[in-house]
Design a protein around this ligand. Structure first.
Ligand SMILES: [Zn+2]
Length: 111
């Protein structure tokens, strides 16, 4: 277990947030690392994912394909994390700039 390693118990506790896509990056990293290295927790996540999807998709009438949907979801989360990692500070600057532009636009408009 490395520095970002988490225990199986912690992994299990993070599953609901992971499913909602609300797990913070600093936890998400450990979560995905543990997912890669622990077969037991991969199974646990599959079960919880399936249970969650059954309720979610029952009304929608969508077909559940665990072997396709879950890996796709996990890769999506991983890519999002890496993307945010990559952007890091510049994303924060872009956000600030966007807010600034909105304020400037509002001021010019109100004059
Ligand atoms: Zn585990």
């Amino acid at each position: 277990m490395g520095k970002t390693g988490i225990t199986c118990k912690e992994f299990s506790g993070m599953i609901p947030a992971f499913m909602e896509g609300t797990l913070e990056d600093r936890f998400l990293r450990g979560f995905l690392t543990h997912y890669d290295s622990c077969a037991g927790c991969r199974e646990e996540l599959e079960i919880q994912y399936l249970v969650g999807k059954v309720f979610e998709q029952m009304d929608a009438g969508e077909e559940i394909n665990l072997s396709r949907d879950l890996p796709a979801y996990i890769e999506g989360q991983r890519r999002k994390m890496e993307f945010r990692d990559h952007l890091g500070f510049s994303a924060f600057l872009i956000e600030c700039f966007t807010v600034l532009m909105a304020v400037v636009t509002a001021i010019l408009y109100l004059r």
